[in-house]
Design a protein around this ligand. Structure first.
Ligand code: SF4
Length: 663
């Protein structure tokens, strides 16, 4: 014998709340009166009545001082006002899904709209909805009634929560065809269609279908009708006792479902009874060898076992203003408050992952949270990032004393000011709103505290850049660089992620007092890599090595016979050294210092004198330039003599000879 048990069985969310509320009031010693049976299940109603919860049919029957319990179907505004006017305490257990329809009706009617309720006009729920429509409501059960409904003006159309979607669509189609101005809201509770769909699916594959529930419950009867249409051996049973009369063979595949008002106890009892029947038949068939499974145990196994903190996947079966109802395969549906949802656009039939907060919230519902899972996942990700050293993204949120608060995956992380940058940060505010890469450097799991560092990321980036740059460098290479910093001993040059030093002596071929005489900060220059010391992280560079040596070009620049200017920089007994340009000196021998013979060099020149000298010879190999003041003076003297002084006077013209006297 095979058994298939529906997972969507037992009290629906609204009924469970109402029954729990009744029990709570009775536990608190209240005199409870329920406006109509709290549930379509005589056994439960009887057990509540046995504890003092009497069923009444009008507010007038409730004695002052008692507590009137409004059941899940809800009531109209006038009923509540009448109860309050009698001094009756009202305990409103109206299902939130129904309450939402009340609010829609009330709002629409207040704005002058008519309210059309698709449903049975005598159903207590429909009467309750009409009771919020301020006299502008009308119940429409059939397409004929929709044809006959008065037109004119805008109308809100809502559905009784248990009406079938097909009926709702048919009635709406008629209203639309009539050209009415409609605001249609499908307020059908998904609990019923979900159960019906599942029941039909089971009925399609079994030999016997058992529908358990109150015979006066419309939704149980509907389940029965749907299953019966597919599986002829469908039976409706209110209690386990009724099952024993059903003929079931050991080879039958049996399906079991239950209406929304069927208590868990009754359902379990039916399953247990099935077990008895099976055992009995087993004995009859004398099947001794193979032990078949215990149905009760099998059923229990089909139910999900829950514990707080557990993560489960469930299907969204209903959505209200404040809550989402999720079926997690447990005997009771779970509720997620909207504030605990991390996907606010969740839809009916969506599968979502939720965490069990409480197995029983006091009203028999399972309290769930989606946000807890997200938070836990985020925290797990933060811990993983901390342990692996992975870089995470963060956005600066606010500057606080001593640092910055950043949002990392939705969690607040503190970044001390000293860890915000590689250098001192003056204005922490500048980081607010800025996205940055961060490394988690400290976490306190119990306090959920996170400390992060941006500096660590920047340092790592710099290290990586350095390593990459080092890989590319080779001694003897000439590379481009940017002068970053000048000191008295040289210039620091960035050669693509790493800084090298050009010592002051390597800046130029001439003697340099301070690096600023040769280069300036920000200047791009070519430098030669002289030495790489990876151990000590030092790179020696030379700028002068990329510049031509003075002596290499001296031969082309200083031509013997030309006169140039220079400065006397040093005097020795045999002559004077004259600087032709920084780093390039020539020598005037004492014999060439003056036009006439002198005793000592100082008789002609002194250190610091700016003088003109004639190039006598240039020996680039020996790095010698011979100069002459004497010859320069002579050349100058020659040039100063006017051309007239050198002109050869023309011969005087010969005088005309006197004519000779005649003889
Ligand atoms: Fe609420 Fe739906 Fe149950 Fe009706 S069937 S009481 S609307 S949960």
């Amino acid at each position: 014998m095979e058994l298939t048990v529906a997972s969507h069985v037992g009290f629906c969310f609204g009924v469970r709340r109402a029954v729990a509320e009744a029990e709570k009031l009775l536990d608190a010693g209240k005199t409870v009166r329920t406006l109509g049976p709290v549930i379509h299940n005589p056994q439960i109603v009887e057990s509540l009545a046995a504890r003092g919860a009497r069923v009444v049919s009008s507010p007038e029957e409730v004695e002052p001082g008692a507590t009137a319990l409004i059941r899940a179907h809800g009531v109209g505004r006038a009923v509540i006002e009448a109860l309050e006017a009698r001094g009756v305490e009202v305990a409103d257990a109206t299902c939130p899904f129904v309450k939402r329809i009340h609010a829609l009706a009330d709002e629409a009617a207040a704005s002058g709209m008519r309210v059309l309720v698709v449903g049975a006009k005598d159903h207590p729920e429909v009467r309750g909805i009409l009771g919020w429509a301020r006299g502008r409501g009308l119940a429409i059960e059939t397409e004929e009634e929709a044809e006959a409904a008065p037109g004119g003006g805008k109308a809100l159309v809502v559905a009784q929560t248990t009406v079938t979607p097909e009926r709702f669509e048919r009635v709406c189609a008629v209203l639309k065809r009539r050209g009415m101005d409609l605001d249609i809201r499908n307020t059908i509770c998904q609990t019923t269609p979900v159960r019906q769909r599942e029941a039909v699916e089971i009925a399609q594959k079994v030999d016997v279908m058992l529908v358990i529930g109150g015979k006066n419950s419309s939704n149980t009867r509907r389940l029965y009708e749907l299953c019966r249409a597919i599986c002829p051996r469908t039976y409706l049973a209110e209690t386990a006792r009724e099952i024993q009369n059903i003929k079931i063979s050991p080879r039958d595949h049996i399906g079991i479902t239950a209406g929304a008002s069927t208590p868990d106890g009754t359902f379990k009892e039916v399953v247990a009874r099935m077990n008895d029947i099976k055992n009995q038949e087993q004995e009859e068939l004398q099947q001794e060898t193979v032990a078949e499974p215990d149905f009760a145990a099998e059923y229990e196994k089909t139910l999900v076992q829950l514990r707080p903190g557990q993560t489960v996947t469930g299907k969204v079966v209903q959505i209200t203003e404040d809550e989402v109802c999720v079926n997690v395969g447990y005997k009771a549906d779970g509720l997620v408050k909207k504030s605990d949802l991390s996907t606010p656009d969740v839809k009916i039939d969506d599968e979502i992952e939720v965490e069990v907060v409480k197995v029983n919230d006091g009203e028999g519902n399972v309290l769930l949270s989606q946000r807890n899972i997200v938070n836990r996942k985020v925290w797990d990700a933060i811990v993983a990032a901390y342990e692996s050293g992975e870089i995470v993204k963060g956005v600066g949120k606010e500057s606080v004393k001593g640092g910055l608060i950043a949002d990392v995956m939705g969690i607040r992380a503190f970044i001390p000011a000293s860890l915000l940058s590689l250098r001192y940060v003056e204005k922490i505010d500048e980081f607010v709103g800025q996205e940055m890469d961060l490394k988690i450097i400290e976490i306190d799991k119990s306090k959920k505290r996170v400390v992060a560092s941006r500096k660590a990321v920047l340092q790592a980036e710099e290290e990586a850049k350095k390593a990459e740059a080092w890989e590319k460098l080779a001694e003897g290479e000439i590379v481009k660089g940017i002068v970053r910093r000048l000191t008295t001993f040289g210039a620091f040059v960035d050669i693509g992620g790493v800084d090298g030093l050009v010592h002051v002596s390597d800046l130029a071929w001439k003697r340099v007092g301070h690096p600023s005489e040769v280069v300036s900060v920000g200047q791009e220059i070519d430098v030669k890599i002289i030495k790489l010391d990876k151990e000590r992280d030092r790179i020696s560079l030379s700028y002068k090595a990329t510049q031509p040596k003075l002596w290499d070009i001296a031969g082309e620049k200083y031509i013997p016979g030309t006169v140039v200017s220079g400065k006397v920089v040093r005097i020795v007994p045999y002559g004077a050294f004259v600087e032709l340009e920084p780093g390039l000196d020539g020598m005037v021998h004492i014999s060439q210092c003056a036009p006439t013979r002198i005793e000592k060099v100082e008789d002609a020149v002194n250190v610091g004198d700016e003088i003109r000298v004639k190039i006598l010879s240039v020996d680039t190999e020996a790095k010698r330039i011979s100069l002459s003041i004497k010859e320069a003076l002579a050349d100058d003297a020659l040039e100063s003599v006017s051309e007239d002084e050198f002109a050869i006077p023309e011969a005087p013209e010969a005088a005309e000879a006197p004519e000779a006297p005649e003889a």
